[in-house]
Design a protein around this ligand. Sequence first.
Ligand SMILES: [Zn+2]
Length: 631
Amino acid sequence: MLLIIMLTLISGPHPLLQEQALRRPLPCWTIDGSDHPENPVDILHYDLAIEVFRDIQEIYGITGITMTSAGTTVSDIRLDLRQLTVDSVWDATGDLAFHQQDDSLFITLSSPLAPADTAELFVAYGGFPYHESWGGFWFHPYITYHIGVGIYTPGQCMGKCMFPCWDFQNDKATYDFHITCPDTLYAVANGDSAGVDYEAGKATFHWTFDQPLPTYLVTMAVGEYAVLHDSTDSRIYYYVYEWEIDDALGSFTNVDLMLANLESLYGPYPWDCRFSLVETPNGDMEHTSAIAHWANAVNGNNYWDWLIAHEMTHHWWGCCVSHADWQSIWLKESFATYGEALWMETYGEDEYTEYMVQSIMIPYLNSGELFPVAYPETPAQIFSYTTYEKAASVLHMLRYVLGDQDFFDSMNWLFQQHMYGLITNQDFHDAVEYVTGEDIDWFMDTWIYDWGYPVYDITSSWTGTLDAWELTVELSQVQTTGPVFEMPLEFLVQGVSQDTLVTMWNDSAYQAQSYQVSFEPVDVVFDPYSHILCGNVLTGIEGPSSPPGGLGTVHLGPNPCRGSATVIWPGTENWDLTVTVYDMSGRTCLRGRLVPGERTLDVSSLPPATYLLDIRGEGSTRQSARLVVLE
Ligand SMILES: [Zn+2]
């Protein structure tokens, strides 16, 4: 008897379509040279005074900067500042010489800063602040707010759109905020409130954050906020639109439980201040202690809990232990995305597995991406299914390989060794090997540093009588891209009234193994607990339509567009593509088919707005993208 084992899990409607698109728009620059070198000075503290003028959409600010030399004597410094004009720079001795060029502000210090000396200077600046279509400083009709990470912007860090700073995570600092706005509004920033001053129709809100934080996690928001305080956990606050209090009460019922769950996994909330969600119009961003939380997700129910779990997990992974550079973004997004599944695990093991498969593995496998987790080469690859969903699947598999105890011990060791600092791929690798005493090169080399994922072709057969049966499992790895993957693989041998689990340590492209079982098998189920990220999750065998080099990432051009846009999806040139266009509320606005050679999408019938595109190719390949349509 011979049977082919197929694990067929049919993908339903993409539950994460909106979020996938929100966090993966289409940057068009290259990441070469966008990383910062070491800062010659170590900035210790920023004191930010910012006044918001909503009617003219400008800000005016004075930033006090306290710094020390990072090692050598320094006479001049360079800071980042985008699109805002500096009026003056001074220190205790008087005015300092400065000039601005592109996104840089160059300042000559009044006297050379010797090693171990500290200096304080002040920069007065103002103007119409910059934002791209995601990150930067925004004047929304009723909320003024800042998002610290750019997706279209080289270097990613957007602190420079709000204040002069060293805008890269290799220099962390503490912060004070003094935000002035009309006294009918409320202003919130990172950390804890330090009081409010009222004068002549204006209010100045003081906030303070006294632990080291990179500039991309700094935020402020001004609006008609109601302040809600969680009734169970006194550390938790919510800043929501005054007219959405009822929805907030319905949507935030589990936040205290999430915080408790994360503390049980990774140790106490690592910040000495409150934890809060700040309602903003444009999606979620993990600004430390003041998450920008998407207004559409404040809807009266718990559907978006996974999104809160994601951003909250960043308070350990990303905010406290930060990725050393943006190519290593998987070190934070893997944990945050896996945090969504760990939240589901509080409901039960089945809920955890269901989430891993349906919301993490399948979206990755459907994306067509094959490049290595450790080596995103374009901005689109930084904010990709590989750095989020594949990397989260890697944590899921590492936990399976190590067992719960060693996995969480390793992650806690990694966290504790690098709190408030930076981590690299090697730090991750070293932590696991230190805690477990085992070599995990075989795991890291394939899953982190190499391409793709395994696709298994499996057959099984058995012979025997009564209570002595020999089961033979034959397995081939048939993926066309990537290495031979080494993994322990489980098979559930099912009989009429009993079953048993057998394991094969698979480390070659073809392998056969026999097992003695005491009952007659009727079926053999591969990977019954969905431990393995593999092509079999989708179809059982690799579809014939995947090109050998894999698929690229969808680009739309121009974007924003007028009338029409071209869909560019490398690797699919000979395919028909089906494109569905949704508006931001998820309503279908347009559906069409693009044949080979014709990749122009006519959007002239759509009113100007931002749209989400679901683009499907052959087999189950699928990607999403965001398109801005202009008048
Ligand atoms: Zn994230």
